[in-house]
Design a protein around this ligand. Structure first.
Ligand SMILES: [Zn+2]
Length: 403
């Protein structure tokens, strides 16, 4: 057996842009919209197994409240008010006790998390938080803050959805032959098989997560540069409109202004990313192909593109599931293509790569390869062959064949 070097945990912590963070419940919905079925329990489990960590935990803070006797409609009533406002309330009496409630988190602005970082309310994984040991948070007022339950909100980087899809593809088994499950033994057997599958795949999956996060840190930086250009374009455009320039002309002017800026400034910024993250351009070309391959693998619309290409954008924007997932991947591949151009390369376009794909990209590592045999299914690297064997195993199960 080959010895696998353990991965340092820091490589399994996702980097993020604050704008891409979403709370756990939204993240689960975000995944579901892309046909990635994951539950809160699954996420806790992956975290415990050191496979997939959230990006951050943010403390909601406690708001102190006092009860005051105020006149409402016909009678005097005790009501809760924020302590800091109590002096402005017209009341007959204020109770001595201080009550607490959980605060809410405001995601306003590009750097919304800074507010919480400055106040020491952000916790990064890995940590000893043990979220699941806290009771479910309540929205009540309590004297004892412990009764308020879990004060932390968990946040993920939305782009972690892509790696979850991959993890699930390795950890899901489909059992078709229901007769296997007519007694408890069948279920126990299935449970055992799943446990084995997880155990045999975890090290390999950690390696995939690490590689993916390396790509994600690169993509975060890239997006920052791109979004800056878009914001600049908008700003410049608005300014021109204010000065009475007609819309169409203003747009073209703004566009060429930003393009000029990009020509001067962006290539250098992009090259800085390379040296900052110690990246080689080949690695980035590989990622470009990986995202195209991932998009193609999941894109249910390939046979229908001729029919849907004239549909309004707004209609297509409502389509969810695998289609939405594949569109995310195409978009990332487009961004990477833009980056490659910026650093002076002449990359293949996403479209070119997409038509190329089927026979030339290994479905496991997503690299292009020359088939050694006529019916090669993988590039032949060890991990990919392994992945393929697992895939076949799954298929056999699907047909109800046990080894
Ligand atoms: Zn491969």
């Amino acid at each position: 057996m080959t010895k696998i070097e353990p991965i340092s945990i820091s490589k399994l912590i996702p980097s993020f842009r604050q704008l891409d963070l979403i709370s756990e419940d939204k993240f689960i919905r975000y995944c579901r919209d892309r046909n990635i079925r994951i539950s809160e329990k699954d996420l806790r489990f992956y975290e415990k197994k050191k496979l997939l960590y959230p990006a951050v935990y943010v403390h909601r803070g406690y708001i102190s409240m006092r009860k005051a006797l105020v006149f409402r409609r016909k009678d005097w009533e005790w009501q809760y008010f924020e302590e800091k406002e109590i002096n402005n309330i017209n009341c007959r009496a204020v109770a001595l006790e201080i009550y607490y409630m959980l605060g809410g988190i405001s995601l306003r602005g590009q750097n919304w998390l800074d507010y919480y970082i400055e106040r020491d309310m952000v916790v990064y994984p890995p940590n000893n938080l043990c979220i699941e040991d806290y009771p479910i948070p309540t929205e009540t007022f309590e004297i004892d803050i412990k009764k308020l339950g879990n004060p932390y909100e968990t946040y993920y980087n939305r782009y972690q959805a892509i790696i979850i899809k991959e993890i699930l593809s390795y950890l899901t088994m489909t059992f078709m032959n229901e007769s296997l499950f007519q007694d408890d033994k069948g279920w126990i057997q299935a449970g055992k098989e799943l446990k084995k599958l997880f155990k045999s795949n975890i090290l390999f999956l950690r390696e995939r997560v690490k590689e993916y996060y390396r790509c994600l840190s690169f993509y975060n930086e890239l997006k920052d540069i791109r979004i800056k250009s878009i914001l600049e374009l908008n700003e410049f455009y608005e300014q021109l409109i204010k000065n009475g320039v007609p819309k169409e002309e203003a747009f073209l002017d703004a566009k060429s202004h930003v393009e000029l800026q990009e020509r001067d400034r962006t290539p250098m910024q992009c090259k800085e990313i390379l040296s900052k993250l110690i990246l080689k351009s080949e690695e980035i070309v590989k990622w470009q192909k990986m995202f195209v391959a991932r998009a193609r693998q999941n894109d249910p619309a390939i046979p229908f593109y001729d029919y849907i290409k004239d549909l309004p954008k707004e209609v297509m924007a409502t389509v969810k599931g695998d289609y939405l997932f594949s569109q995310d991947c195409y978009r990332i591949a487009e961004d990477i293509t833009w980056f490659l151009k910026m650093i002076g390369m002449k990359p293949k376009s996403v479209k070119e790569l997409a038509t190329f794909w089927r026979h030339n990209v290994c479905p496991y590592c997503h690299e292009f390869y020359l088939p050694k045999r006529k019916n090669s299914q993988t590039c032949g690297k060890k991990d990919c062959v392994r992945g393929h064997k697992n895939h076949l195993k799954k298929l056999r199960r699907k047909m109800g064949i046990y080894d």
